[in-house]
Ligand binder design. Structure first.
Ligand code: HEC
Length: 210
């Protein structure tokens, strides 16, 4: 037994000062423009700090038996963990995530197709009757230009576009750019509407690789 007398009043004044400063920082955090996650983390850390300070000094945990402190904090940690998990669960909205995954997939389908399915679409939609592709059996048409080496064309033969944009334009709006030596209006303008988005993207991906 030491019988030592703690003069706590100085400590308490110092703490009151610290708590006031921390609270001012918390209020400031609410007003500055930082991402929500950063703000929440900051507020949590400061709140935890204040809590620790109060518990340690006002509740005398600092002067208590270490075992009691341990018991108090393990319970507290579990409670805090549960609360954080609950808040996270409430904020987690699976529907939101599902929608964005779907959007990404749709976006991908809109921009890239599977070139391996292209030949089937090319034949099924009648392109083969007018266009020749040497590597594709049955594509022997001679009404329109042969599509061999489409991707190797110099830019001026693609109306200044990249090959995918050129192919899309050639199909969606054949008369926007008429290939030299061929008559305008011969290639049907409604071919794009005759196929699904997937078929269309597969077809374009295939032609862009020729
Ligand atoms: C009735 C005949 C006909 C059919 C069917 C046809 N085209 Fe064409 N196509 C043409 C003609 C003629 C041209 C050249 C004149 C022009 O640019 O419009 C052409 C041009 C093109 C071009 C530009 C070629 C180049 O050398 O720059 C592409 C690409 C093309 N067609 C793709 C297709 C695809 C894909 C299909 C099937 C979905 C198709 N065409 C169906 C007649 C046809």
């Amino acid at each position: 037994m030491s019988g030592e007398h703690h003069d706590h009043s100085k400590t308490y004044w110092a703490m009151a000062g610290i708590l006031a400063v921390v609270t001012a920082v918390e209020v400031a955090i609410l007003y500055i423009a930082i991402p929500d996650s950063l703000m929440l983390t900051g507020l949590y850390v400061l709140a935890a700090f204040k809590f620790g300070l109060v518990v340690a000094y006002f509740m005398h945990l600092k002067y208590d038996n270490k075992l009691l402190t341990g018991i108090f904090f393990s319970g507290f940690t579990i409670a805090l963990g549960t609360m954080v998990a609950m808040v996270a669960l409430i904020n987690y909205q699976p529907t939101k995530i599902a929608i964005s995954v779907k959007d990404t997939k749709q976006l991908q389908a809109m921009t890239q197709g599977n070139p391996e399915n292209g030949p089937a679409v090319f034949s099924a939609k009648g392109c083969a009757a007018c266009h020749k592709i040497s590597s594709l059996a049955g594509a022997v048409g001679a009404v329109g230009p042969a599509l061999d080496g489409l991707s190797q064309r110099p830019a001026d033969k693609l109306a200044g576009k990249d090959v995918t944009a050129y192919i899309r334009e050639s199909i969606e709006n054949p008369n926007a750019y008429v290939v030299e030596g061929f008559p305008a209006g011969l290639m049907p303008a409604n071919l794009r509407q005759s196929m699904s988005d997937t078929e269309y993207n597969d077809l374009v991906a295939y032609l862009a690789k020729l």
